[in-house]
Design a protein around this ligand. Structure first.
Ligand code: PEP
Ligand code: MN
Length: 339
């Protein structure tokens, strides 16, 4: 259930409500908003008599049940959109953040060339997999720590922040050391052991939607990370599997405004994995801005023909630059609205 405190509620009154919530067998989560504090009481039941008793406590304005199965990530609990900070970058503040880079980190020259080019075009965050979830065990699995070191070097050179995937609970420590944002891949969206472990990390987590995950399942996976202690979750719509085979996946653009209704977490779109086709990335990137996403993740490679993974969907450097020329006026417009 949710307990909305009066705007003038004191710390003692808030503490007292938390205490009663615990006595009733729920876990209190205090969310301090700009105007008032809201306390989410998480647990089974939402019993009517508990709600009535909490309503009568000093400093409480109202108490009501949370209707959605996902709680802490829902808009019911927190009306204001969450802003996730990555150094001086904010995701979810109304602006539009572009993440770009190769599918996999393949070597120094490849990652440095890409990093310099995408930074020049206006990307703020460099992507690149060091641990790769490949459908076939015979495919390239990533450079592991060597890849992380190269990403860190690219960050040093360009000022870009870095996002990279963590595949396994065993790798959380090492990826956390290097990455600014830790990515959970589509195939791991319901790896609950990994999600729980990422709840203990303070760095932002970008959770990609599972290959055939419903919106409810997607948000419940985000809820795992948040209930385990890390509120810094970014959602990524990356296409879902449908009967259509002409594209690698089907980009569910409706998911973006729908998620914006259901959750306060920022939402970004990955048109590269959604389509698997280079020619479709630019038009869908434009749609991403229009539909109200908080950002974009795009695969870019200096020579996609020679890429070790996902070449057919990777933009060439000049194609990325052209796409950004198209998007930059809209990105600036959104930025001006915030300032
Ligand atoms: C990726 O971003 O490199 C990736 C593997 O994506 P997904 O998990 O969405 O397939
Ligand atoms: Mn890829």
């Amino acid at each position: 259930m949710i307990i909305a405190m009066q705007a003038e509620a004191t710390t003692e009154e808030i503490d007292n409500v938390c205490q009663r919530i615990r006595e009733f067998g729920y876990m209190p989560h205090v969310i301090r908003g700009e105007e008032r504090t809201v306390i989410a009481a998480i647990g089974h039941g939402d019993k009517k008599e508990h709600i009535e008793q909490l309503k009568s406590l000093n400093g409480v304005e109202n108490a009501f049940p949370i209707l959605q199965p996902f709680k802490l990530v829902s808009r019911e609990v927190k009306k204001q959109k969450s802003e996730i900070r990555v150094g001086d970058i904010k995701i979810g503040d109304g602006g539009f953040v572009v993440m770009a880079g190769p599918c996999s980190v393949e070597g120094r020259e490849q990652i440095m060339t890409t990093a310099a080019a995408v930074a020049e075009s206006g990307a703020r965050i460099l992507r690149g997999g060091a641990y790769k979830p490949r459908t076939s065990p015979y495919d390239f699995q990533g450079l592991a720590e060597e890849g992380l070191k190269l990403l860190a070097e690219a960050r040093e050179r360009t000022g870009l922040k870095i996002i990279t995937e963590v595949l396994d609970t065993e790798d959380v420590e090492i990826v956390r050391e290097y990455a600014d944002i830790l990515q959970v891949g589509a195939r791991n969206m319901q790896n609950f052991a990994l999600l729980k472990k990422l709840g203990e990390v303070t760095k932002p987590i970008m959770l990609k939607r599972g290959l055939s995950a419903t919106i409810k399942e997607f948000l419940l996976s985000a809820e795992y990370i948040v209930t385990h202690g890390n509120p810094n979750v970014i959602l990524c719509e990356r296409g879902i599997r449908t009967f259509e085979t002409a594209t690698r996946n089907t980009l569910d653009l409706a998911a973006v405004p729908l998620l914006n209704e259901l959750t306060h977490l920022p939402v970004i779109v990955d048109p590269s994995h959604a389509t698997g086709k280079r020619s479709l990335v630019h038009p869908l990137a434009k749609a991403t801005v229009a539909v109200g996403a908080d950002g974009l993740m795009v695969e870019v490679h200096p020579t996609p023909e020679q890429a070790w993974s996902d070449g057919p969907q990777s933009l060439r450097l000049e194609e990325f630059s052209k796409m950004m020329d198209d998007l930059n006026p809209y990105i600036k417009l959104r930025q001006n609205e915030i300032n």
